[in-house]
Design a protein around this ligand. Structure first.
Ligand code: HEM
Length: 167
């Protein structure tokens, strides 16, 4: 029963995080950047970005806690995690790749949310057409899209982990 609850929480958190990024990149930003909302687009992107930051980091925290929880339920605890034999198995190799991408996402999200994102939206409000605002907006957008690609790769590794390697 515990493993079912952990995996359910894990999959729901993955849906919230990945779904939220897909919505942001494919629906929200294109709509607010279209002519109709152009005057308020920077303020709308900043406000929704801030709100999604809380939801996104909460989902990531749930993913990490339930991820280690499901490993424990599978009998993979601290001793197994420091044992190189664990990482040499098909499941271990996929998990290793997944955790590497999760680490990359955490670094990119931190840089985006704490540094590039706030500077991009402040510049977009202060001087929307300035070269600095354009450069920062492009960098923030590239980081956001890279995170989405990484998230989709993480889900692909996750599905292969549980179904692809016959464990
Ligand atoms: C941060 C982004 C993450 C995403 C988007 C994600 C996504 C997923 C998804 C969608 C599954 C279900 C796959 C399936 O049933 O076919 C899954 C399973 C799993 N994930 Fe994650 N995960 C993430 C992070 C983690 C972390 C940090 C860990 C470990 C510390 C982890 C460990 C696991 C394990 C062990 C399973 C297999 C569960 C089972 O069937 O027993 N995940 N993950």
């Amino acid at each position: 029963m515990l493993s079912l609850v952990l995996i359910w929480l894990h999959v729901v958190a993955a849906a919230v995080w990945v779904g939220g990024m897909v919505f942001f990149v494919t629906v929200l930003v294109p709509v607010v950047r279209s002519g109709e909302f152009a005057t308020h687009s920077a303020a709308i992107v900043r406000a929704t970005g801030r709100r999604f930051r809380t939801v996104g980091w909460t989902a990531l925290a749930v993913l990490i806690v339930t991820g280690f929880g499901t490993l424990l339920v599978r009998g993979i605890g601290p001793a197994e995690l420091i044992d190189t034999a664990t990482w040499a198995t098909p499941f271990g190799r996929l998990l290793g790749g997944k955790l590497l991408l999760v680490g990359l996402v955490l670094v990119l999200s931190t840089a985006h949310d704490l540094y590039v994102g706030p500077r991009a939206s402040a510049a977009a409000i202060a001087a929307p057409t300035s070269p600095a605002a354009t450069a920062l907006r492009r960098r923030a957008s590239l980081m956001g899209r890279s995170n989405l690609v990484l998230a989709l790769a993480i889900v692909a590794l996750a599905v292969t982990m549980t179904r692809g390697c016959g464990v």
